[in-house]
Design a protein around this ligand. Sequence first.
Ligand code: NAD
Length: 370
Amino acid sequence: MPDLFNFADDLGPAKVIHLYEPSVKLKAVLVVDNVALGPALGGIRLAPDVTTDECFRLARAMTLKNAAAGLPHGGGKVVLSGDPKMPKPDKERLIRALACSLKDIREYIMAPDMGTDEECMAWIKDEGNRVAGLPSEIGGIPLDEIGATGWGLRHATEVALDYLDLKLKQARVVVQGFGAVGKNVAHFLAKKKATLVGVADSQGSVYKADGLEVDQLLQLKAAGRSVIDYPSGDKFDREAAIDFPCDIWIPAARPDVINEDNVHRLQTRLVVEGANIPLTPGAEKILHERGVLCVPDFIANCGGVICAAMEYRGAQASEVFNVIADKIKHNTRLVLEISKSKNILPREAAMNLALQRVKTAMSFKRWSIF
Ligand code: NAD
């Protein structure tokens, strides 16, 4: 377990709670990182192998993402140990026990993450906790269904293309990962006449130089099949998507998929980060030196959290699209301008932007992290 006092810095974490209740097999950690901007908003990750260290890093990532998105929220996260595919009655008991244990925590708003969904959030609401990401029947906005993150990525992509003097309708796109994020960004870019030339999921990848039909791919996924069942194109293993030549490469699957060992294989002009931390810092630096533009994850993929924050304040689904587009276009341009004028990595510019917002908010407070 990491030592809190080694981990802590001038942002946080403000509060760390370990929960253990053997009767329901509840083993969880809550990290509230920083609440200077408002109550922490961040998801509950349910997986068998979660760690306290991971929770620290995820909570900090939410502090930066929420600040960069201009939301009145700090960052926090819960990791909950367990198999996300456990029988539903066990899952309900576990989630309700988690909610009950954290009922008195006012500075954290729960939300879904890997392994938890809208139904889990409904159980949490029923226990009386602060929560976003609810089913639509009780006031929620189904952010994956409406494609909130993919919609934001489309706008980040369009702004970034201005810096490459390229238009979407001339652009060839590769998307790695074809789940909630990947499917939706492919759909929104195709609607703007971009050409999807390659796509990968956990089963493999497909490449077609003259373009894949996004609707056909969506139908395959809806039927529970893989992108490699696409009727034409060249099929490869999933790693091969890194080699597909394109103008825009969008990671929307796992962390660290592009690293110092494979970054030389990317043949693209722009990377728009849909997944969280899909590129290692070293890989981002190498791409920057090669003149490949990278829009960092917490600038490009914050559509989902913007949607959750708006839902928490009672917004309707139809209201979120414009807000997501405006915020992400503004922030992408700001970050790329600063990166260009100061010749620093876009991530460094994004970090500076987020940190400045958090630190200004901290300066208004007596105790900056409570
Ligand atoms: P998801 O589970 O719906 O989809 C993941 C997709 O990636 C699936 O198609 C899966 O087959 C594919 N995949 C898994 N491993 C792969 C590999 N090695 N190579 C190629 N494809 C692989 O998940 P999601 O909600 O789309 O999230 C994807 C990423 O984006 C995650 O890192 C998540 O944390 C991040 N993210 C999601 C949201 C959101 O709104 N859902 C918001 C911000 C960030």
